[in-house]
Design a protein around this ligand. Sequence first.
Ligand SMILES: [Zn+2]
Length: 371
Amino acid sequence: MHKLKYNPVKCCICKKNIVYKFKNSKRTSIYPTTKGIYKLESYDVICKSCNLIYSNPEPTLQSQGRYYKNKFMNKKLIPDYNIKNQIKFIKKNISKNSLVLEIGSSNNFLINKLRLLGYKASGTDVKSKTISKKFDLILINHMLEHISNPKKFLIKLKENLKKNGLLAIEVPNLLQYRLDNTLVLSAEHIYHFTEKTLRYLLEKSGYSFFYKEKKYVSRKASIRLVFKNNESKKILKPSKKDLILNIKSYQNELNKFKKLKNKYRNLASKLNNTPSNKVIYFWGYNTIFLNIFNFLNRPKKQGCKIVDQNFNKIVNFNFDKVTKKIFNPNNSFSDRKKKLVVICSLTWAKEIKKNLINKKIKNKNIIVPKF
Ligand SMILES: [Zn+2]
C-alpha cells in the first residue's frame, strides 16, 4: 500500500500555527489508483486567528501530484454534478468567444459541451503544466479543498487571469456537511471552508469578492463564490463567534465520520459470517469497496469476487497481500452458484440493482450499503 509524504505546515493565510486540535481528527481513506492502492491520512486543526480548518501535517505537493496523476477515474462516465447549472452559470457570467479555463476538468466533459456552444474553453488537471494564456473566467470546482497550500496556488493563478477577470470557486460548505451524504470527510479533503473563510483566503490572495452564486451551483451543500482579479480594498476577517460555530460544526462531523468507519466494520463482520458456499461479489472498485474489504477476514478476502465496468483498465489489485483479478460484470452472474452482491457505487446503485435483478439475483441477496 502506498502512502503520501507529509510535512508540518502553518496556516497558509496567517503563517502561524496557533490552533485548536479537533478530537477524533485522524481520518484515513483508502483509494485505488492505476499504480496500486493508496492510504491517505489527514489530521485537522483550526486556526484560532482566521478560522481556517486545515490538515497538519499536510501532504507534499510532489506526492499529492503522483497520487492524483494515477488516481483511478472513470473517463467515460458523465459527471455526477449538475451540468446544466454549470452551463447556465457560464452563460450568465461571460459572452461567447470568451476564454474559459476549468482547473481539475477530469474527462473534459464540461469543456467539450462549452466548446460546442461556442466558448473557447480549455481544461487542465490540478497542477499540470504551466499555461501561458490569460483567461476571462477560471472555474475551480470541488478541487480547492484537495490541494496543499491553496494560498500559494491562488496567487500563482493570477498570472492566468485577465485583469478584472473572474475566478469562480465552488467547495463543499462546512456548515452544511450534515446535508451531504457523499464523501466530504474523505482524507483527500485537507481544507474545509465556510463562506467566510473561503472569502478571506481569496481576499488575502489578491482577489476581490464579486458575488455569491446561489442558484447555479454544481452540487448541493456547496458554496460558490465569484471573485475578480484585483486587490480587495476592504478585507473581512472571520470573527471569534464564527470560530466557535466552526469548531462545533466540524467536531460533530468528525464524530459522525468515526461512526461511519464502524458501519464499514459492521458490514464486513456480517459478510464474514455468511456461509462459505455463498460467493460474495463486490460491484464497484472504489474507496467504499476498499474500506469494507479492509475489515474482511482472510478466507472472505480470498474468496470474494470483484466486478467493475472498467475491469479491463484496472491493474495491480493487490491489497493486504491478496492479489485479485477484476471481472466484467456483464458476464459474471450467469453460473448457478449462490451469490451475495454488495453494490459499492453510490452514484449508480439503482441502475446496478435493476441490472442484477434482471440477471435473476434475488433482492435479499443484494446489499446496498447506506452511508
Ligand atoms: Zn489562519
